[in-house]
Design a protein around this ligand. Structure first.
Ligand code: DX5
Ligand code: ZN
Length: 215
């Protein structure tokens, strides 16, 4: 089963952002995971368009943008203009999720839906055929470096069951607390994209850590 690694830039050294981006360019990473936090939907503020612009300028791989913001519809076109490849919005932040997904696709991006650990994944059933990716939160969003929530394995199985029951397909991305100890079980359970922030950027050999996550 092939899967992607998406290092989270949230854990990069922002004083040396270009260096860290170039490190990822030369690694086996598949995507850049970009966490946008507004301090309202989550209790933290990360970064916005100027930083994203720098990332886009230097990154040689697709940008996987994860919006942890209220009312994300306001910014869909803006993220398309910035060159996002995947744009994920939270189910908990969208009053009209179906409309948001269609708007993301109409703007030329892949549509992702992120879902918090407490939200029942069956709530995605009626948009399952529309989404390109589910960003399954395996920590409560807001911060890098938190510990993995074990119930995530059961939620991956529920999503896999949904796919076979409905005959649809979408990427299953795991976001939060992915380590060298749990990545194999996550892939074996059905994850197709692994986000890794702390595991990659706290490593003294990040390129090597990324290749180990790909083995
Ligand atoms: C959490 C973010 C994650 C985070 C992952 O709110 O959505 O993408 O950066 O970081 P680690 O891998 O350190 O848990
Ligand atoms: Zn994320």
């Amino acid at each position: 089963m092939s899967y992607k690694i998406a290092p989270s830039v949230l854990s990069a050294d922002f004083g040396n952002l270009q260096r860290d981006v170039e490190m990822l360019n030369s690694s086996q990473a598949d995507w850049f995971h970009v966490d946008i936090m507004d301090g309202v939907f989550v209790p933290n503020i990360s970064f916005g368009f100027p930083v994203l612009q720098t990332l886009k300028k230097h990154a040689k791989k697709p940008l996987d943008v994860h919006l942890m913001i209220v009312d994300p519809d306001r910014y869909i076109q803006r993220f398309a203009d910035m060159g996002a490849h995947v744009l994920s919005v939270h189910i908990e932040a969208c009053t009209h999720l179906h409309r948001s997904i269609q708007a993301i696709k109409a703007a030329g991006m892949k549509a992702g839906v992120a879902i918090n650990p407490h939200t029942n994944v069956n709530q995605l059933e009626d948009v399952a055929g529309d989404m390109d990716l589910v960003c399954l939160m395996s920590v409560n969003p807001g911060f890098g470096g938190q510990s993995f929530i074990e119930n995530t394995y059961r939620r991956i199985e529920q999503l896999r069951n949904m796919q076979s029951r409905l005959g649809v397909s979408f990427e299953i991305e795991i976001d939060g607390g992915v380590t060298l100890d749990n990545y194999r079980k996550l892939v074996d359970t059905g994850a197709t994209v692994l986000v890794a922030g702390n595991t990659v950027f706290s490593s003294s050999q990040p390129i090597d850590t990324i290749s180990r996550l790909k083995q």
